[in-house]
Design a protein around this ligand. Structure first.
Ligand code: BES
Ligand code: MN
Ligand code: ZN
Length: 501
């Protein structure tokens, strides 16, 4: 897809389609008004006859509108003018893109980027439009022998901004939107792959591929032998039931000065989570191929970061592993010694994510990080608490939590904070080891984070539980690319602070 920005009047556009908004009830947006005048009231006539009410997401495609140079005019319902918010704006853009893609317009000039969205500027509107477009046009069909593609797909879209002065802002928004979208695509592509293709070695290949692609990126892989030397007994235990070797891939992005402390992102990379000896029930078990969504999100964020060429140092860790039942598998009752030296009594082999992450979180101490964020499809309880809309956020440092919440609001990739009070730590007590890997049914997302908190005392840390947000279930199942957008926004904001922008 080709994107550009322009500042022009609608009647002068010579395009396959121009896209303008209509509010409810039957009220023309400023741009639609202009078209209406030129066309001698053609549009207002249609509205009066009841062809379009203006409800959010309604579409009416017009051909050969009098005195209009463009071949088509797409009227898009935007709901009540005062109620147009961020979510609705994104939905309207998505519907518009789908309509354009299906109705043969290979290019379009879109004026929806001029709509008033409460508290949002042209940068935000153009960037969101780019991200929504790329999200909409994504399909994962590399494993289908017959690919369905539109006959005349949308190829080029121009977003209009109200004044020429805003053109550079619009261009910057497109650059950012494209960089983030590239990261989201990478995240989706890897996460959607089946577990017989995407295993820990595949994740390592992707890390190396990224290093080959960008000068500022290098990669290294920690294999089981090295993990043994390091004493990563917990991580190793989880992978013992699988014939696929556990591999922890480390991606270094050096965009800042050599001595600047890095931001570290750690992603849970369970390329399949069967539950192990505490085997999961069969229903929807295939979806546990997405249990590497955290690693995919970190990989995607590293990609976006490199595309945007941000001036900071970031290290991404993909904690690759497969949780399988086998004669050699770890079992409930086992007591593991973690890299930190702390011992853990395993009460359920399906609470494996925290066992992999805890050693990865200890490992990253060596980077003397500025801060650490881990990203994980960690608990079913998070899906129960927050559903598919918000990522769970827990942190041992309030300013970091607020920065992440800000980034999540800005990007529309939303998160919600849960408490990490010591009160919950009791639920992990064990009679035999330092603690267990299971906190019981109550507050499962919090006790999982409490477990991790015992390994992150040496730095500022936040945990993102993306169990509900990383993929969609059901007929249209697939990776969402979350939380690449939020994390990249967080990193963009960090650069702005450091450069005093
Ligand atoms: N990967 C799962 C969490 C999960 C479940 C993500 C459903 C998305 C949808 C994790 O490894 C797991 O199995 N968690 C258990 C923990 C429990 C045994 C304490 C869970 O949530 O049931
Ligand atoms: Mn599990
Ligand atoms: Zn898991």
């Amino acid at each position: 897809m080709e994107f550009s920005v322009k500042s022009g009047s609608p009647e002068k556009q010579r395009s396959a389609c121009i896209v303008v908004g209509v509010y409810e009830p039957r009220r023309l947006s400023a741009v639609a008004e202009q078209l209406d005048e030129i066309s001698g009231g053609y549009i207002s006539n249609l509205l009066r006859r009841g062809d379009l009410e203006g409800k959010s997401g309604q579409m009416l495609l017009l051909h050969q509108v009098p005195n209009i140079l463009s071949e088509r005019v797409l009227l898009v319902g935007c709901g009540k003018e005062r109620e147009l918010d961020e979510r609705q704006y994104r939905q309207i853009i998505s519907k518009t893109i789908n309509t354009l893609n299906e109705t043969g317009s290979m290019e379009a000039v879109c004026f929806l980027s001029e709509l008033h969205v409460k508290g949002r500027d042209s940068y935000w509107k153009v960037r969101q439009a780019v991200e929504a477009t790329q999200d909409c046009l994504y399909s994962f069909n590399c494993l289908k022998t017959r690919k369905e593609e539109p006959r005349r797909p949308l190829r080029k879209i121009v977003f209009n901004v109200p004044t020429r002065r805003e053109l550079p802002i619009g261009e910057r928004a497109i650059t950012h939107g494209l960089g983030i979208s590239a990261g989201i695509k990478e995240c989706k592509d890897v996460a959607n792959l089946p577990p017989n293709i995407c295993n820990p070695a595949y994740l390592a290949e992707q890390a190396n591929a990224l290093a080959g692609q960008y000068e500022k990126i290098s990669a290294e892989v920690v294999n089981e032998e090295k993990m043994q030397e390091l004493g990563m007994g917990s991580y190793l235990a989880v992978g013992r039931g699988s014939i696929n070797e556990s591999l922890m891939s480390i991606i270094h992005y050096q965009g800042g000065s050599k001595d600047a402390a890095p931001i570290v992102l750690v992603g849970k990379g369970l390329t399949f989570d069967s539950g192990g000896i505490s085997l999961k029930p069969g229903e929807a078990m295939d979806e546990m191929k997405y249990d590497m969504g955290g690693a995919a999100g970190v990989l995607g964020t590293m990609h976006a970061l490199a595309e945007l060429n941000l001036p900071i140092n970031v290290i991404g860790v993909l904690a690759g592993c497969e949780n399988m039942p086998d004669a050699n598998a770890y079992r409930p009752g086992d007591i593991l010694t973690t890299m930190s030296g702390q011992t853990v009594e395993v009460l359920n082999t399906d609470a494996e994510g925290r066992l992999v992450l805890c050693d990865a979180l200890t490992y990253v101490e060596r980077f003397e990080p500025e801060l650490v964020i881990d990203v994980a499809t960690l608990t079913g309880a998070c899906v129960i608490a927050l559903g598919a809309h918000a990522t769970g956020l827990l942190s041992n440092h309030n300013p970091l939590a607020h920065e992440l919440l800000n980034a999540s609001e800005q990007s529309g990739d939303r998160a919600w904070r849960l408490p990490l009070w010591d009160d919950y730590q009791e639920q992990l007590e064990s009679p035999f080891a330092d603690f267990t890997n299971l906190g019981g049914r109550a507050a499962g997302t919090i006790t999982a984070a409490c477990f991790l908190a015992r390994f992150t005392k040496k730095y500022h840390w936040a945990h993102l539980d993306i169990a509900g947000t990383a993929w969609r279930s059901g007929k249209n199942k697939g990776s969402t690319g979350r939380p690449v957008s939020m994390l990249t926004q967080f990193l963009i904001n960090r650069c702005a602070v450091e450069q005093g922008e």
